[in-house]
Design a binder for this molecule. Structure first.
Ligand SMILES: Nc1ncnc2c1ncn2[C@@H]1O[C@H](COP(=O)(O)OP(=O)(O)O)[C@@H](O)[C@H]1O
Ligand SMILES: O=C(O)c1ccc[n+]([C@@H]2O[C@H](COP(=O)([O-])O)[C@@H](O)[C@H]2O)c1
Ligand SMILES: [Mg+2]
Length: 195
């Protein structure tokens, strides 16, 4: 069985942290990080607001991300080997792929491939604070959060909801441990129901 899990939601919701914990506990589990598909800086458009528009779908090479997902779908075993993931030969034939990122459910060709879509959120103040402590490859210029990051998050979330994309919302204010156990249990139950 092939099982694709989305760990999506807002920037600084805790997606990467949760994903890293799940990876250690799920058997035959590979990961694809959406952040690895940002286009080079010189291809990022500058908006009328003067900000580089990092938080839009067009800033990501989603075709390349889709191709990577398709490579896993064709042969999860080969994909795992190529990515240094050890495959348990005696285990049931279940292969799990985690897709992790902030715009997972806005790209049409991917949206129906998920077995389960999680969506992490924290309140605005917490998100802004956590973001201020982060250092990205390209540091945030002053005003980027309120001028670009937050409005784009709201826009894509609204669109996702309007399109009827079903997600399991997760409260990113819960502790790392609580979130990890909640999602691990949920995935394990969902796998049992399918087998
Ligand atoms: N459950 C949590 N509670 C408090 N802080 C968290 C939690 N999960 C992650 N963090 C912290 O929040 C920041 C963003 O986490 P990260 O996993 O990188 O988020 P994302 O990938 O969604 O941007 C990091 O400083 C991380 O240590
Ligand atoms: O990784 C990069 O090269 C990069 C360059 C510029 C900006 N980012 C930011 O990365 C954010 C998504 O990552 P994350 O972990 O915060 O969800 C997104 O909000 C972007 O503004 C990321
Ligand atoms: Mg991250």
């Amino acid at each position: 069985m092939k099982y694709i899990v989305g760990i999506g939601g807002m920037t600084n919701g805790g997606k990467t942290t949760l994903t890293n914990s799940l990876l250690k506990s799920l058997p035959n589990c590979c990961v694809i990080h959406q952040d690895d598909f940002f286009k080079p800086q010189d291809q990022i458009a500058v908006g009328e607001d003067g900000f580089k528009q990092w938080d839009v779908l067009e800033s990501l090479d989603m075709e390349a991300m889709l191709s990577t997902v398709q490579a896993w779908m064709i042969s999860p075993r080969k994909f795992a080997r190529a990515h240094g993931v050890s495959v348990q030969l005696d285990a049931s034939d279940t292969h799990i792929l985690i897709l992790e990122g902030f715009l997972l459910y806005s790209y049409k060709p991917l949206v129906d491939l998920y077995s389960r879509r999680y969506f992490l959120t924290v309140p605005y103040e917490e998100c802004k604070w956590r973001r201020s402590t982060r250092r990205y490859m390209v540091p945030d210029p002053p005003g980027l959060f309120d001028g670009h990051v937050w409005p784009m998050f709201q826009k894509y979330k609204r669109e996702m909801e309007a399109n009827g994309v079903e997600v399991v919302y997760l409260d990113g204010m819960k502790s790392r441990e609580e979130l990890f156990h909640q999602v691990l249990e949920d995935i394990q139950n969902s796998l049992l129901n399918r087998s």
